[in-house]
Design a protein around this ligand. Structure first.
Ligand code: MN
Length: 155
């Protein structure tokens, strides 16, 4: 786990984002989805893993419908401190635009691993609930898929 890529992209004198640090993994793992109105609006899904937030940028709203598979681009690890971050990243800085928490809660890993190219997990948020999978296609490109369960719905 390293925050080197996260830190290299940012000037902490200019962005309100936390510099952060690597910490021990919590007992109750958390997730957060940031709605990020950058040049292109997207949703950043972040899962706590190994003391950092593993992150995927999803160009469309994360799905509750198993039929709507979403591209999810694997991006740099973010620090745990980012879980509560909301604010405006100034023009000219990396990710310039507003960041708001769209959903948050706890999650439970069910199977798989990033290295193995497939993660199955259960989210307990306000909007996102139940089983999900992240499946690697090629390189940084993954798919975020809602599992068929009692929380799934047609949208
Ligand atoms: Mn983003």
């Amino acid at each position: 786990m390293t925050l080197a890529r996260y830190r290299a992209k940012r000037k902490f004198a200019k962005t309100p984002e936390p510099r952060g640090r690597i910490r021990p993994q919590s007992k109750r793992l958390i997730f957060v989805v940031h709605k990020h109105a950058a040049r292109h609006l997207h949703y950043d899904l972040r899962l706590e893993m190994g003391g950092v937030l593993k992150s995927w940028a999803v160009p469309k709203e994360p799905p509750m419908d198993p039929a709507h598979k979403r591209l999810a681009v694997h991006v740099e690890d973010h620090p745990y401190e980012y879980r509560t971050f909301e604010g405006r990243i100034p023009a000219g800085q990396y990710g310039a635009g507003t960041v708001k928490i769209w959903d948050r809660g706890t999650y439970r890993p069910l199977s798989g691993s990033i290295r193995g190219g497939e993660l199955v997990f259960e989210l307990r948020g306000k909007k996102l609930k139940g089983g999900f999978a992240l499946v690697q296609m090629k390189g940084k490109n993954w798919l975020l898929i809602k599992k068929r369960d009692a929380f799934a719905k047609k949208t």
